[in-house]
Structure formats: structure tokens, C-alpha cells
Design a protein around this ligand. Structure first.
Ligand code: M6R
Length: 359
């Protein structure tokens, strides 16, 4: 039920802080220990490489998972688009473990890969919002997203829930393997900080609405740029904007722009830059200057500790590996309002279905 909301997408954006709290409750104990099946932990630790397979937004959540599994659990991780993996399988390691990320648990492209994985006898985990979905039933293990039904075609709360579950799992693995980085990562506290930060951002949604009106309501194309984890967020932010507002949008590695794509920047082209990582902030700032010099309208989404007075969107400070969870909120809101302002069907964009059950 939409309740007071005009669209499910906005309701689902607003629900994200509550989903973070729910995941902390479901997957951790008050003493900080983890509530994740030890058989699953053992099966992953037995592997020499993780293969994350997914489509669309879930693939983008996998890109962030890659950082989390490698940093906290030190397991080499690859992320693959399901429809590519199915027909062009990479050379696998000796002991692969597969993680399927899928909100619906019904995506045909991902299911096709799981079928191949099962035929080969490899162990697998499905992280999904739907208990008893096809991918949940057919994988060896399941972890649920506890995000509540996601009705809008554009995925919002499932993306942040997937990243949070990956963080919880990476923490559990790293602690079990005795890694200091994982022990020091207080996932309960960090996800609560994220939830509060998300709340601040959704409470300021009308500022974002004004930015959408100013920069996106009439735009023909747009760019999201970022580096490292901000690049992962930029790709998801771009998908969100294009799928509901129909503005042609690209998510780009900020440093790669000058190798060709900068040719597309014209007077008034919106370039939205995401900056949360202090090690690369000055570099992305230079890329902002390069596009401003060519006429772009830059909108900066920047962590508080790196922000300047002129930055339009300031993010609350969170753990450096969890910044996607907050940086995506203004991007979801920009997409939502741009779609509404352009008069489109926000919850059911043209040509799209909520779950894609054909290959
Ligand atoms: O149900 P799934 O997570 O497997 O769906 C994957 C994609 O089809 C889905 O994320 C799609 O990209 C969304 N419309 C994005 O908002």
C-alpha cells in the first residue's frame, strides 16, 4: 500500500533507514556477534574465489560487495553481469563459490547461470528479497534482504539492503578468519550511522527536488562521475536516472572522461560528481573543473568532511566502505523528481517489467 505517498518509488526510498535497522536486528546479536549460519561461513571459507553474478541494479550492488569481501574477508572476488557470464564463462578458479544477488529471485539471466553452476556442482548463495523464490530454492544457501515488497520498477531499497547484507556477511567471514580489519569493523554501529545519515537525506528531499527542477527537468543527457567506490555508486545512480526520467545518462570513471567522453559535454550538460573518498577527492575535483571549463553544470554530492561551501549536496560522514549507502539516496531522489517533473509514470517506466523473466 502506498499510504500517503503518490508513488511507491518515493515510499521505498523513505523506507531505507528502517531496512538498515531491520538488517542489523536480523543478522547481529547485541553483543556484536553475527547471526549467520556457520555452514554458509564454512562453505565460503572453503572457496578460493567468489563470483558475484547479477543483473542491473543488483549487479551494481555486487560491485560494492567486491570491495567489502576483498577488504574484510580477503577473498578474491569477481563480479559478473549474468547475461554475459551465461554465454562467455570466464576461466574459473579451482574452488569457486557463487553469490547471486537478486531482489526478485526470478531473473532469468541469473537463473540460467545458477543452473550451470548447479550442473557443475559448485556451492552457491542467493541474496534475495523473496523467500522461496526460484533462485533461493535452487541455490545451496539463502540470505534474505528483509526490505519488504519492492513495487516500483526502479530498485531502491533492495540495492541498499543488498550492500548492507554483503557488509554483514563480509564482517562475519573476516571475523571468523581472524582478520583485524573485520574485528575493527563495528557493523552494528556503522549501519546505524548509515541509517541516521539516510534519514537526514530523505528529510531534506525538497532541496533535491529543487535541484532536479533546475538541472534535470529539461536536460537531454547527463553524466554521473566518480572514482573507486564512488564510481560504483555513479553507475547505479546513472541507471536510476535513465530508467525513470528517460534522460540519457552515463556513469563514468571520473578520470576516464578526458579519454573521449568529455567531447559530449556542452553548455548546460549536467555532470553530477560523487566524492566520498579522500584519497581521490582532489582528482575528481580536477575533473569537475575540466567539465565546468567546457560549460557543464556540475552538481557535487560530497561527504561532509570533504565538502566546500559551494557543494549542492552534502552527505553525512559514514564508514568509507559504506558510502554508497548514503550517496545513492540523493541520486534516487534526483531520478524520482526528474521523472515526476517530466510527467512520466515513475513506478512503471516504459518498456520495463519489475522482474525480467526472459533472457
Ligand atoms: O530482481 P533482480 O534484482 O534480479 O533484478 C535485476 C534487474 O532487472 C533490476 O535490478 C533492474 O535493473 C531494476 N529495474 C533497476 O532499477
Amino acid at each position: 500500500e502506498k499510504g500517503a505517498y503518490e508513488h511507491f518509488m518515493l515510499k521505498e526510498i523513505d523506507e531505507q533507514p528502517a531496512v538498515m535497522h531491520k538488517l542489523v536486528q536480523e543478522y547481529t546479536n547485541e553483543d556484536g556477534s553475527m547471526k549467520i549460519d556457520q555452514d554458509l561461513i564454512n562453505a565460503i571459507e572453503d572457496a578460493d574465489r567468489l563470483y558475484i553474478v547479477a543483473a542491473g541494479t543488483s549487479y551494481h550492488a555486487g560491485l560494492v560487495g567486491h570491495e567489502l569481501f576483498e577488504k574484510f574477508a580477503k577473498i578474491p572476488t569477481e563480479v559478473h553481469v549474468a547475461s554475459e557470464f551465461a554465454y562467455n564463462q570466464p576461466l574459473l578458479s579451482k574452488k569457486p563459490f557463487f553469490i547471486f544477488l537478486t531482489q526478485s529471485g526470478e531473473t532469468a539471466d541469473s537463473h540460467q547461470v545458477l543452473t550451470q553452476v548447479n550442473e557443475a556442482g559448485y556451492p552457491s548463495l542467493t541474496i534475495t528479497n523473496v523467500a522461496n523464490s526460484t533462485l533461493s530454492r535452487e541455490a545451496t544457501y539463502t540470505l534474505l534482504l528483509y526490505a519488504g515488497p519492492e513495487i516500483a520498477v526502479a530498485s531502491t531499497k533492495a540495492y541498499t539492503a543488498q550492500i548492507a547484507v554483503e557488509a554483514l556477511l563480509a564482517k562475519a567471514l573476516g571475523v571468523d578468519m581472524g582478520y583485524q580489519e573485520a574485528k575493527d569493523f563495528d557493523v552494528r554501529k556503522e549501519l546505524s550511522i548509515v541509517a541516521n545519515g539516510m534519514q537526514e537525506l530523505v528529510d531534506e528531499k525538497h532541496d533535491i527536488e529543487k535541484l532536479a527542477q533546475k538541472y534535470l527537468a529539461k536536460a537531454r543527457n547527463a553524466f554521473y562521475i566518480g572514482r573507486a567506490i564512488d564510481y560504483d555508486t555513479a553507475i547505479e545512480a546513472a541507471l536510476k536516472l535513465k530508467e525513470v526520467s528517460y534522460i540519457q545518462t552515463e556513469g563514468f570513471a571520473a578520470g576516464e572522461l578526458k579519454h573521449g567522453t568529455i567531447a559530449l559535454i556542452e553548455e548546460g550538460t549536467p555532470v553530477i560528481s560523487i566524492i566520498t573518498d579522500h584519497t581521490i577527492a582532489s582528482h575528481t575535483r580536477s575533473n569537475e573543473e575540466e567539465v565546468v571549463a567546457r560549460g557543464a553544470n556540475v552538481i557535487s554530492i560530497v561527504s561532509k568532511d570533504l565538502a566546500k561551501d559551494t557543494d549542492q549536496i552534502v552527505l553525512p560522514t559514514v564508514h568509507p566502505l559504506l558510502t554508497s549507502l548514503v550517496a545513492i539516496i540523493p541520486a534516487q531522489l534526483l531520478a524520482y523528481y526528474a521523472s515526476e517533473q517530466r510527467g512520466y509514470d515513475v513506478d512503471k517506466p516504459r518498456n520495463l517489467a519489475k522482474s525480467v523473466t526472459v533472457e
